[in-house]
Design a protein around this ligand. Structure first.
Ligand code: PLP
Length: 388
């Protein structure tokens, strides 16, 4: 039976190194949420009393913080329950809204399943989708991308950064090309907002998704950014009902979660530089220590365009899932949480044409605001002992 190292008193086991899957709620965020479960429990759509007004005020404070962190107008932010919902609303909404202009969508082969499954659904409903390949470091070839644009292309959906490798895509260039061809550009920014300085207004991004629980906010709140009234009018809503969120997303607001989302955005914006510096240091330490003590480690993904807190490495001669099962003191993952229940290995590493053994041995480490150097050193030690 595998025995753990003796951790020092300051380390609490198990150690969480799966911040890409979700993050713990920051206690400052929790403090802001509490009153909206009890004392201020009103429905944000109740117009006739102070309970409703308080709830509505909270939603608008949060909207303003969510708009600020991506530098867009407050009126362009719509609340949903998850990035998955925002992605579905955007892609299906735009596809059905613009179907009289064309039926072609461009995306990438390494998107999150929320995008891929939505595109597969659309393919069964009369749309044509091009899935762009990536090169062996997980990035896109812009010439290949340009050559896929057709007269019938109505939507380009390319993620901002990949959730398995952390590779950051050139969305400024993609936005410029989309703008030159007058094609709507949507980006899934679930892994970047709160981690990188994101400015949608200068990037020609017309529509985007991001989520509270990836940035120390609660589960159950996310944003759909839609730039301008013209595009909004062209989006067919996914959910019909009471007309909340300007008819884009009906349903009673989850006020505590939305309030928490807003506070998470405010804190992330304030602490972004410190978070980035810290996690990049820890990520580099993880990779340096691992490669120095275990031979044959391979780092997956473009080293000079990566999220600061994500490391995807392939261990030699062991299956990632078996490795993770043996290290029960550290929470790592083999791929994204949403596809880790599926078999056959990472679709992202497959698209990068990694060897079968690299795909089998791949593990994602993602650290965050509450990770420490001691935890990383302990985790590396555990990896080494597990392989012995
Ligand atoms: N897009 C990316 C890139 C993600 O990493 C995730 C979650 O892992 C999602 C979308 C889905 O986010 P949510 O859990 O808010 O639905």
């Amino acid at each position: 039976m595998f025995m753990a190292n003796n951790p020092s008193d300051s380390i609490k086991l198990p150690i969480y190194l799966d911040y890409c899957a979700t993050t713990p709620v920051d206690t400052r965020v929790l403090d802001k949420m509490y009153p909206y479960f009890s004392r201020k429990f009103g429905n944000a759509s109740s117009r006739d009393h102070s309970f409703g007004w308080d709830a509505q005020e909270a939603v608008e404070i949060a909207r303003s913080a969510a708009a600020q962190i991506v530098n867009v107008s407050t009126s362009d932010i719509f609340f949903t329950a998850s990035a998955t919902e925002s992605i579905n609303s955007a892609i299906k909404g735009i596809a059905f809204g613009l179907k009289n202009k064309g039926n072609h969508i461009i995306t990438t082969s390494v998107e999150h399943s929320a995008v891929l499954q939505t595109c597969w659904f659309l393919e069964q409903n009369g749309f044509e989708v091009t899935y762009l390949p990536v090169n062996d470091d997980g990035n896109l070839d812009l010439e290949v991308f340009k050559n896929t644009i057709r007269d019938t292309t109505i939507l380009i959906a390319v993620m901002h950064a990949n959730n398995e490798t952390g590779v950051i895509f050139p969305i400024a260039e993609i936005g410029r090309i989309a703008h030159d061809h007058a094609i709507t550009f949507f980006t899934d920014a679930t892994q970047t907002v709160g981690k990188l300085a994101v400015d949608f207004s200068s990037l020609n991004v017309r529509c985007a998704a991001f989520s509270a629980h990836k940035m120390y906010g609660p589960k159950g709140a996310a944003a759909l950014y839609i730039n301008g009234i013209d595009l909004r009018k062209n989006i067919v809503p996914l959910i019909h009902g009471g007309g909340q969120e300007q008819n884009i997303r009906s349903g009673t607001h989850n006020v505590p979660a939305i309030m928490g989302f807003g506070e998470a955005c405010r804190i992330a914006q304030m602490e972004m530089d410190a978070d980035r510096e810290k996690t990049a240091f820890l990520r580099d330490l993880w990779e340096r220590e691992l490669t120095s003590c275990i031979t044959g480690i391979q780092i997956n993904g473009c080293l000079n365009a990566r999220l600061p807190h994500v490391s995807n490495v392939s261990f030699p001669d062991i299956e990632g899932r078996e490795f993770i099962r043996r290290i029960n003191t550290i929470a790592l993952s083999t791929s994204s949480a949403c596809s880790s229940g599926t078999s056959g290995g990472s679709h992202v590493l497959k698209a990068m044409e990694k060897s079968d053994s690299s795909i089998r041995g791949a593990i994602r480490m993602s650290c965050g605001r509450f990770s420490t150097e001691e935890e990383i050193r302990f985790a590396v030690g555990e990896c080494k002992r597990t392989l012995q």
